[in-house]
Write a protein that binds this ligand. Structure first.
Ligand code: SF4
Length: 468
């Protein structure tokens, strides 16, 4: 996917003007946000907070021991009969996957949902090399046949209304007219069944890798993940190196937190732990399993001040809670990872110069940190990225002038009082729109009337009242 994060402001304005997108994103994010709250705190506020802290500690511990855990995971997987490969970047990962496909003389691969495969643009690469790729997650399939891109890391079609999905399914795969979502799902399921049976290779991502047992863990709701990893004779999983956790016990905690935070379910409908290819006494399962560990910039993040970003379990809760994502939608972020975590990892993975507006695409309200199941301090990282932007002189002219005036007036009592008086005086001027460099501030809203009394005045009045 071409990186278009520099166009964030324009793309967000377009999204704000799109009534269908607004209603679809608002419905999807509100639903997930509300369901998450009931699911995480189902056994009380304290319990919900404790399990969140526990999940956060597990991921921090895993990151602190990442090199050792990766070695342990590789050894255990090899013992289990899994072939482990390493890829330093997208090109290498795609090439390794293609080589396996070519060795097996495969023509058709079926995929379950994987953000990492979006990150490395695997579908495009394989298709350019003559491989037919079929997405089997319902949302991803709709995206694929529409020639679109996911706009959410859990619900790829959150930006689409039911009616627009119906029209796509009717046009692209001949679905008879229906407005019933379940009937649409059944139709697609029937359509995909034959693809599953014909596929030579199944490709998945992975939610977690358990180092002590060398297991690949997948959580899905549609059962497609289980079919992708068990029906074709070969299964390839492409997984980011940050997905490794130490023990099965750790997995027990994380596998509860992920669906609760993502969709408000106490467990995902299908929770798979894959320990290797089919054994002699087993009737089904793939004959070969490959795991490709992908770096693609993660090592650099690991050794930077942003290591915490690698704790993300891709639940999407921060997207659903973010006031910016909720109106701008995922495509505005211009790459694979949208929302608050996207605003952090996109500049880190593709370079700050290609995603400079993203650290500013946040009101820093803190909702993302509040809902994050592994308590990632996204606002702190956004501020640090803004700091990096300033150091690299990437901030816009308006921003620099605004920050200069703000800093000047806050450093000196004289200036502070003077700007306060000026703002108070402007109360009597009929200003509804700001001019020049400040015009964007009031482009979509009226200029609010300044308060008659400043906070200091009110405070002083309160002190005087106390003295009486
Ligand atoms: S940053 Fe936290 S809330 Fe956002 S997707 Fe990652 S784990 Fe979920």
């Amino acid at each position: 996917m071409k990186i278009q994060s520099e166009n964030f402001a324009k793309a967000a304005q377009k999204a704000i003007a799109d009534a269908d997108l607004q209603s679809a994103v608002s419905f999807g994010t509100n639903l997930a946000y509300t369901k998450r709250k009931s699911a995480v705190f189902v056994s009380g506020q304290d319990h919900g907070e404790q399990i969140r802290q526990q999940a956060a500690q597990i991921k921090r511990h895993a990151l602190n021991n990442l090199p050792q855990l990766l070695e342990q995971a590789e050894q255990q997987m090899q013992k289990n009969g899994i072939k482990v490969l390493w890829a330093k970047d997208a090109a290498e990962a795609n090439q390794k996957v293609l080589e396996i496909i070519q060795q097996k003389q495969a023509k058709k691969v079926i995929k379950s949902k994987s953000m990492v495969s979006e990150e490395i643009a695997m579908n495009d690469f394989l298709e350019k090399n003559g491989v037919q790729v079929i997405e089997s997650d319902l949302g991803e399939y709709i995206i694929q046949i529409s020639g679109d891109h996911p706009s959410h890391i859990v619900v790829p079609v959150v930006h689409r209304t039911k009616a627009s999905i119906r029209d796509t399914l009717m046009q692209k795969i001949g679905m008879p007219h229906t407005d019933d979502a379940q009937t649409m799902t059944h139709f697609v399921r029937g359509h995909l069944r034959k693809e599953f049976l014909e596929a030579d290779i199944g490709i998945s991502g992975g939610n977690f890798i358990i180092a002590e047992s060398g297991s690949l863990c997948l959580a899905t709701n549609e059962g497609n993940g289980r079919m992708v990893t068990s029906l074709p004779p070969v299964h390839i999983a492409v997984v980011g190196i940050e997905k490794v956790i130490p023990t099965l016990e750790d997995y027990a905690t994380l596998t509860q937190m992920l669906p609760r935070s993502a969709t408000g379910q106490s467990m995902a409908v299908y929770t798979n732990i894959i320990n290797g290819p089919r054994r002699k006494d087993e009737e089904d399962g793939p004959q070969e399993v490959y795991v490709v560990f992908l770096d693609n910039g993660r090592s650099e993040i690991y050794s930077s001040g942003y290591t915490e970003a690698l704790a993300c379990i891709r639940c999407g809760a921060c997207l659903n809670a973010c006031p910016v994502y909720r109106v701008s939608g995922g495509h505005s972020y211009g790459w694979v990872y949208p929302g608050p975590i996207g605003a952090v990892v996109t500049p880190l993975l593709v370079g700050l110069n290609k995603a400079s507006p993203l650290p500013n695409a946040s009101s820093l309200c803190g909702s993302c940190k509040q809902v994050c199941p592994v308590v990632i301090d996204i606002p702190r990282m956004l501020l640090d990225l803004r700091h990096d932007l300033t150091k690299q002189k990437k901030s816009s002219k308006t921003w620099k002038i605004g920050m200069y005036i703000w800093a000047k007036s806050n450093r000196s009592e004289k200036w502070y009082k003077m700007t306060g008086r000026l703002i108070k005086a402007s109360r009597y001027l009929p200003i509804s729109k700001l001019p020049g460099l400040l015009k964007n501030w009031t482009r979509f809203r009226e200029m609010p009337q300044p308060a008659a009394k400043s906070f200091h005045d009110i405070w002083q009045d309160g002190l005087k009242d106390e003295d009486k």
